[in-house]
Design a protein around this ligand. Structure first.
Ligand code: SME
Length: 163
Protein backbone atom coordinates (compact mmCIF):
# COMPACT_ATOMS: atom_id res chain seq x y z
CA UNK A 1 0.00 0.00 0.00
CA UNK A 2 1.47 3.39 -0.91
CA UNK A 3 2.34 5.54 2.06
CA UNK A 4 0.69 8.95 2.07
CA UNK A 5 2.26 11.65 4.19
CA UNK A 6 0.28 13.31 6.92
CA UNK A 7 0.35 16.67 5.16
CA UNK A 8 -0.95 15.11 1.90
CA UNK A 9 -3.73 13.50 3.92
CA UNK A 10 -4.66 16.80 5.51
CA UNK A 11 -4.67 18.52 2.09
CA UNK A 12 -7.20 15.92 0.90
CA UNK A 13 -9.34 16.60 3.96
CA UNK A 14 -9.18 20.31 3.15
CA UNK A 15 -10.28 19.68 -0.43
CA UNK A 16 -13.33 17.83 0.88
CA UNK A 17 -14.06 20.35 3.56
CA UNK A 18 -14.19 23.34 1.17
CA UNK A 19 -17.04 21.69 -0.74
CA UNK A 20 -19.48 22.50 2.05
CA UNK A 21 -18.15 25.95 2.93
CA UNK A 22 -20.41 28.94 2.30
CA UNK A 23 -18.37 31.90 3.59
CA UNK A 24 -14.77 33.01 4.05
CA UNK A 25 -15.41 33.24 7.78
CA UNK A 26 -16.50 29.61 7.87
CA UNK A 27 -13.52 28.56 5.74
CA UNK A 28 -11.10 30.27 8.13
CA UNK A 29 -12.68 28.57 11.16
CA UNK A 30 -12.60 25.16 9.47
CA UNK A 31 -8.96 25.53 8.40
CA UNK A 32 -7.70 26.52 11.86
CA UNK A 33 -9.73 23.75 13.49
CA UNK A 34 -8.47 21.07 11.10
CA UNK A 35 -4.81 22.10 11.30
CA UNK A 36 -4.89 22.40 15.09
CA UNK A 37 -6.55 19.03 15.49
CA UNK A 38 -4.63 17.00 12.89
CA UNK A 39 -1.12 18.46 13.08
CA UNK A 40 0.18 17.65 16.55
CA UNK A 41 2.96 20.21 16.53
CA UNK A 42 0.70 23.08 15.46
CA UNK A 43 -0.11 24.35 18.94
CA UNK A 44 -1.57 27.73 17.99
CA UNK A 45 -3.19 28.31 14.60
CA UNK A 46 -4.84 31.56 13.59
CA UNK A 47 -5.61 34.05 10.85
CA UNK A 48 -4.79 37.74 11.01
CA UNK A 49 -6.61 39.87 8.44
CA UNK A 50 -5.32 43.20 7.19
CA UNK A 51 -7.40 46.20 8.13
CA UNK A 52 -6.40 48.82 5.54
CA UNK A 53 -5.24 52.31 6.38
CA UNK A 54 -8.21 54.48 7.27
CA UNK A 55 -8.70 57.99 8.65
CA UNK A 56 -4.96 58.54 9.03
CA UNK A 57 -4.57 55.27 10.98
CA UNK A 58 -1.91 52.95 9.52
CA UNK A 59 -2.90 49.46 8.34
CA UNK A 60 -3.02 46.81 11.06
CA UNK A 61 -3.32 43.02 11.26
CA UNK A 62 -6.42 42.00 13.21
CA UNK A 63 -6.82 38.58 14.82
CA UNK A 64 -9.57 36.47 13.25
CA UNK A 65 -10.39 32.78 13.66
CA UNK A 66 -7.89 30.94 15.83
CA UNK A 67 -7.36 27.76 17.85
CA UNK A 68 -5.11 27.66 20.90
CA UNK A 69 -4.55 29.88 23.92
CA UNK A 70 -5.76 33.48 23.84
CA UNK A 71 -3.02 35.81 22.60
CA UNK A 72 -2.34 39.36 23.82
CA UNK A 73 -1.56 40.27 20.19
CA UNK A 74 -4.99 40.90 18.71
CA UNK A 75 -3.86 43.90 16.59
CA UNK A 76 -0.35 43.93 15.10
CA UNK A 77 1.08 46.90 13.15
CA UNK A 78 2.91 46.00 9.94
CA UNK A 79 6.25 47.09 11.37
CA UNK A 80 6.02 44.67 14.33
CA UNK A 81 6.51 40.96 14.89
CA UNK A 82 7.04 38.03 12.59
CA UNK A 83 3.44 38.67 11.54
CA UNK A 84 4.21 42.21 10.44
CA UNK A 85 7.32 41.01 8.57
CA UNK A 86 5.36 38.41 6.57
CA UNK A 87 2.53 40.80 5.70
CA UNK A 88 4.77 43.71 4.73
CA UNK A 89 7.16 41.59 2.62
CA UNK A 90 4.45 39.35 1.11
CA UNK A 91 6.69 36.36 1.86
CA UNK A 92 6.37 33.27 4.03
CA UNK A 93 8.47 33.62 7.20
CA UNK A 94 9.69 30.50 9.03
CA UNK A 95 11.46 30.96 12.38
CA UNK A 96 13.10 27.83 13.79
CA UNK A 97 13.97 29.42 17.15
CA UNK A 98 11.81 32.38 18.13
CA UNK A 99 14.21 33.12 21.02
CA UNK A 100 16.84 34.15 18.49
CA UNK A 101 14.61 36.42 16.37
CA UNK A 102 14.40 39.98 17.66
CA UNK A 103 11.20 40.60 15.65
CA UNK A 104 9.29 37.96 17.63
CA UNK A 105 6.28 39.09 19.69
CA UNK A 106 5.70 36.53 22.43
CA UNK A 107 2.31 34.92 22.54
CA UNK A 108 3.09 32.00 24.84
CA UNK A 109 6.24 31.14 26.77
CA UNK A 110 6.02 27.64 25.36
CA UNK A 111 6.34 28.73 21.72
CA UNK A 112 9.66 27.66 20.15
CA UNK A 113 9.07 28.04 16.41
CA UNK A 114 6.64 29.83 14.11
CA UNK A 115 5.51 30.06 10.48
CA UNK A 116 3.55 32.93 8.96
CA UNK A 117 2.17 32.71 5.40
CA UNK A 118 0.55 35.69 3.64
CA UNK A 119 -2.89 35.38 2.03
CA UNK A 120 -3.18 37.10 -1.37
CA UNK A 121 -6.18 38.37 -3.28
CA UNK A 122 -5.30 39.40 -6.84
CA UNK A 123 -1.67 39.82 -5.86
CA UNK A 124 -2.31 41.96 -2.77
CA UNK A 125 -1.74 40.79 0.81
CA UNK A 126 -5.09 40.73 2.61
CA UNK A 127 -4.10 38.70 5.67
CA UNK A 128 -2.01 35.77 6.82
CA UNK A 129 -2.06 32.37 8.48
CA UNK A 130 0.12 32.18 11.60
CA UNK A 131 1.13 28.95 13.35
CA UNK A 132 3.16 28.55 16.54
CA UNK A 133 4.73 25.33 17.80
CA UNK A 134 6.00 24.26 21.21
CA UNK A 135 8.72 22.35 19.30
CA UNK A 136 11.85 23.98 17.88
CA UNK A 137 12.13 23.97 14.07
CA UNK A 138 8.70 22.34 13.72
CA UNK A 139 8.04 23.71 10.23
CA UNK A 140 9.78 21.71 7.49
CA UNK A 141 9.35 22.03 3.72
CA UNK A 142 6.17 19.91 3.69
CA UNK A 143 4.63 21.98 6.50
CA UNK A 144 5.39 25.15 4.59
CA UNK A 145 3.72 23.63 1.55
CA UNK A 146 0.64 22.68 3.59
CA UNK A 147 0.28 26.10 5.22
CA UNK A 148 0.79 27.85 1.87
CA UNK A 149 -1.87 25.54 0.42
CA UNK A 150 -4.32 26.65 3.16
CA UNK A 151 -3.53 30.34 2.64
CA UNK A 152 -4.07 29.96 -1.12
CA UNK A 153 -7.43 28.23 -0.52
CA UNK A 154 -8.61 31.25 1.42
CA UNK A 155 -7.19 33.69 -1.15
CA UNK A 156 -9.03 31.91 -3.97
CA UNK A 157 -12.25 31.85 -1.96
CA UNK A 158 -11.99 35.60 -1.24
CA UNK A 159 -11.35 36.33 -4.93
CA UNK A 160 -14.59 34.57 -5.84
CA UNK A 161 -16.75 35.82 -2.96
CA UNK A 162 -15.33 38.63 -0.83
CA UNK A 163 -15.94 38.51 2.97
N1 SME B 1 4.45 35.75 17.38
C1 SME B 1 3.74 36.65 16.50
C2 SME B 1 2.60 37.32 17.23
C3 SME B 1 1.33 36.58 17.16
S1 SME B 1 1.22 35.27 18.24
O1 SME B 1 2.20 34.28 17.81
C4 SME B 1 -0.25 34.53 18.13
C5 SME B 1 4.71 37.68 15.93
O2 SME B 1 5.88 37.71 16.31
O3 SME B 1 4.29 38.48 15.10
Amino acid sequence: MPTVSKTEDVKKELDQLIQGVTSARQLMSEIVELLHERMLRYNWVGFYMLEPESGGQPPVLVLGAFQGAMTPHTRIPLNQGICGAAASSGKTVVVDDVGKDSRYLACSLETKSEIVVPVFVRGEVVGELDIDSHFPAAFKAEDRELVEYCAALLGRHLEKSPA
